[in-house]
Design a protein around this ligand. Structure first.
Ligand SMILES: C[S@@+](CC[C@H](N)C(=O)[O-])C[C@H]1O[C@@H](n2cnc3c(N)ncnc32)[C@H](O)[C@@H]1O
Length: 345
């Protein structure tokens, strides 16, 4: 995926190397401490139904593969705009259970002033009472806690067999919640999913196209992240609704009433939420035409459909990088992360 923002495409940097460019993401040299490589862990949020998309978003943001709700890598990542990643923390200590974690924390000789500890116990079962863990770990750290004005946020992820303590270096602002899609358009993407799709392909400063923008959910999320977005919608009524919803509150975006098959120009990336169901606007060959046109405009795209459409994407000129399913009561969405093949150099 040329120019892709997925560190996962090229793998992780080794200590001392630079992170492969995340295209506007957070480049950082892998830190070393006393000859020891520093590791970072990430916590995912959201129910089981969105776990695949959450893992894909983490991979796109950091290059890290999640195992369950946690991912561990050698490089930090900025997750402030993430939809499903809660935080990135620099590992202080790890162990199989609380006893081991406390011993490892003591052995690490941690000195911190004004810290606060938050314990995350991912479902299904809390392995320990959080307060007991907080007290034990606070005792193992040199320095005083400060719960009201902490200078250092510490996070514990407590999973059966895997406990980790770390210093939070980046936390999600969860600002995707500020956008409320109009209730009268049932096909609108939930804002959290729209944000995750945006994060698969675009970073602040990029240009983005949504050729089937509906009421503008993706465009609104893009604007919020400083991504310059153009939304195109064939229904004049919906385009008007999108403009009404998005303009004013979200400067730097454009909504156009038009046909997504006829757009020209160049954009860094696209997010496409293809029409589905019994819409009269879905004609034979629509997906192929929309995606065929799109592959001449962008290098990478996140495409959601109500079924797997790998073949259509391939015929349109995209190579599929990865796919994630998002299940809900009404439908399963198939999110395809695709890129244009890199010309041989
Ligand atoms: C699944 S909805 C997208 C919803 C959108 N993501 C949102 O959150 O509001 C698909 C949209 O594609 C639009 N559409 C269908 N054919 C189109 C075309 N040829 N060009 C542009 N938009 C089209 C439909 O009117 C519909 O609003």
């Amino acid at each position: 995926m040329e120019g892709g923002r997925s560190a996962g495409v090229s793998g992780l940097a080794r200590p001392g190397e630079r992170q492969p460019s995340l295209k506007g993401g957070w480049e950082q040299t892998v830190a070393e401490s006393g000859g020891r490589a520093v590791s970072y862990f990430f916590l995912l949020s959201g129910p089981e139904e969105v776990r695949e998309l959450a893992a894909l978003e983490l991979w796109a943001l950091s290059g890290v593969e999640a195992e369950g709700v946690c991912g561990v890598g050698q490089v930090a990542a900025d997750v402030i705009g993430a939809a499903y990643t809660r935080f990135c923390a620099e590992t202080i200590a790890a162990g199989a259970d609380l006893e081991e974690l406390v011993a490892a924390t003591e052995a690490a000789g941690v000195e911190l002033e004004g810290f606060n500890i938050h314990v995350w116990q991912p479902a299904p079962r809390a392995p320990e009472r959080p307060m007991a863990a907080i007290v034990r770990l606070a005792d193992a750290i040199e320095g005083r806690p400060d719960l009201s004005h902490p200078r250092v946020e510490l996070a514990v992820v407590a999973q059966a067999g895997h406990w980790r303590l770390g210093r939070v270096v980046s936390a999600a602002s969860r600002d995707w919640r500020q956008w409320k899609p109009p209730v009268d358009f049932s096909a609108a993407l939930p804002p959290q999913i729209a944000r995750a799709m945006l994060n698969l392909v675009a970073a602040p400063g990029d240009t983005l196209l949504d050729p089937c923008c509906g009421v503008g959910t993706v465009v609104a999320q893009a604007a919020q992240r400083g991504v310059r977005a153009v939304g195109v919608e064939i229904s004049k009524k919906l385009a008007g609704r999108a403009a009404e919803c998005v303009y004013g509150a979200r400067p730097g975006v454009l909504i156009v009433a038009g046909d997504g098959r006829e757009i020209g120009g160049r954009f860094d990336a696209a997010v496409v939420d293809l029409p589905y169901g019994r819409s009269s606007l879905i004609t034979q060959g629509l997906y192929g035409d929309l995606l065929g046109n799109l592959s001449g405009l962008v290098q990478r795209a996140a495409v959601v459909a109500a079924e797997p459409i790998g073949q259509v994407l391939e015929q349109a000129g995209f190579g599929q990088v990865r796919m994630a399913r998002v299940r809900s009561n009404q439908l399963t969405r198939y999110v395809h992360l695709v890129g244009r093949p890199t010309p041989a150099s």
